[in-house]
Design a protein around this ligand. Structure first.
Ligand SMILES: [Zn+2]
Ligand SMILES: [Zn+2]
Length: 323
C-alpha cells in the first residue's frame, strides 16, 4: 500500500476526531461530483480541497476531513482521520460508530481505475488490521444516498475484489528474455568494496517502450510507474560474521551538470551471513516517479581486510504498470 501520511499532503499530524477503537466494518464513498482524471502530482491538492470543504461545512460542523482514508485514481492511499478514529462521513452518529469510511477520489462518471480499486482494497485491509470488522458496505447501505455510485457499488457487491496486477504493456516478449545459459555466459562479476554500496547491473533494461537485453546497465524503468521488483545476487568470499545488505535506490537527474544522483532508497534488508558463498534476494513494491531511475545496490560490511568479495550474479524480475 502506498500510504501518504497526513503531514505529507498538508494536514496537521494528528486528527482531532474522536477515537473509535473498533467498528463493525468499513463504508465506501466517492466524491459524488464531476471529477476529471488528472496527474498524481495534483492528487494531494485534491485531498486538501476535500478537507477544506469539510472544514467549511458549518452544517456538519466537521473537525477534520470526514473520511478515514481517501484513495486516488493512481492507487495512493491518503491518510484522512486514519485508523481507530470515528469518521464523520456515514450520515449519522450511529453509522459513524458502526463503520469507518474510505473515499475514492472518483466522480459521477467513468469507471474507477484498477489502481484505485487496489488502493481501496488495501485501505480496507489496513482498517481491518486496525479494528474494523469484515463487513464492507456502500455508504448507501447506511443512509439514503447514491454514494458511492454505480461502478463502486457493484465492486462492493462483488466482494470488493483486488484487481489483478495488469500485465505491463511493455512487458518483454518471451524471446527478449535471456536464456539462463546466455545469462550465465555474461560477466556480471563486480568487486564489492567494503562499506560501500555497489550498483548492480540489470540483466535487461528498458529502452523506451522496448526491453533491451544487450548492454545491461544499472538503471530501469524510466517512466512513472508502480512496480514490484526483486533481485538476487550471489556473493563469493564472505567471511564468518560478514553482513550483506540489499536495497533499491531511486536516482534523479542532477539539478546542475550531467549525471544522476541518488535521491531515495528503500528500506534495507539486512541478512547476516556466516561466510563462504551466499545467495541473497530482495523484493520491493513501490512507486517510481517520472524521470527517476530505479537501481539495485548491494553492500558488504567487511570484517577481514584480506577478503576478496565479489558479486558474480545479479538477476532481476519486475512487473510494473504505468502510474
Ligand atoms: Zn458517501
Ligand atoms: Zn493520485
Amino acid at each position: 500500500m502506498q500510504l501518504i501520511a497526513r503531514t505529507a499532503w498538508g494536514a496537521p499530524a494528528a486528527s482531532p476526531a474522536a477515537a473509535l477503537p473498533s467498528a463493525r466494518g468499513v463504508a465506501v464513498h466517492y466524491l459524488g461530483v464531476r471529477y476529471d482524471s488528472r496527474p498524481h502530482s495534483q492528487c494531494a491538492a485534491q485531498v486538501r480541497s476535500v478537507r477544506s470543504s469539510h472544514l467549511a461545512n458549518k452544517q456538519e460542523n466537521y473537525l477534520d476531513v470526514a473520511y478515514n482514508f481517501l484513495i486516488c485514481e493512481h492507487g495512493a492511499v491518503f491518510e484522512g482521520r486514519g485508523v481507530r478514529k470515528r469518521s464523520g462521513a456515514n450520515g449519522g452518529t450511529a453509522q459513524n460508530a458502526s463503520h469507518y469510511a474510505v473515499c475514492a477520489l472518483h466522480g459521477t462518471s467513468g469507471q474507477p481505475s484498477d489502481a484505485l480499486l487496489r488502493g481501496l482494497g488495501e485501505a480496507i485491509a489496513h482498517l481491518q488490521a486496525n479494528g474494523a470488522g469484515r463487513e464492507v458496505v456502500c455508504h448507501g447501505d447506511l443512509t439514503a444516498t447514491a454514494c458511492p455510485g454505480g461502478p463502486l457499488t457493484s465492486w462492493v457487491r462483488a466482494g470488493h475484489p483486488l484487481p489483478p496486477i495488469s500485465t505491463p504493456p511493455n512487458r518483454p516478449e518471451e524471446d527478449a528474455v535471456p536464456t539462463a545459459a546466455a545469462f550465465r555466459a555474461r560477466d556480471y562479476t563486480r568487486k564489492l568494496r567494503p562499506d560501500e554500496w555497489t550498483l548492480l547491473n540489470w540483466t535487461r533494461r528498458q529502452d523506451g517502450e522496448k526491453w533491451a537485453t544487450k548492454d545491461p546497465e544499472p538503471s530501469l524503468l524510466l517512466s512513472a510507474c508502480q512496480y514490484t521488483a526483486s533481485f538476487g545476487v550471489r556473493i563469493k568470499g564472505l567471511q564468518p560474521g560478514d553482513e550483506v545488505q540489499l536495497r533499491f535506490s531511486y536516482w534523479a537527474k542532477k539539478k546542475e551538470g550531467d549525471g544522476w544522483e541518488r535521491v531515495a532508497t528503500t528500506p534495507i534488508d539486512s541478512p547476516a551471513h556466516v561466510g563462504g558463498s551466499g545467495h541473497f534476494t530482495y523484493q520491493w513494491t513501490g512507486r517510481l516517479p517520472a524521470g527517476r531511475r530505479l537501481r539495485a545496490e548491494v553492500l558488504h560490511f567487511r570484517r577481514d581486510a584480506d577478503a576478496k568479495v565479489v558479486c558474480d550474479l545479479a538477476d532481476f524480475e519486475a512487473s510494473y504498470w504505468p502510474a
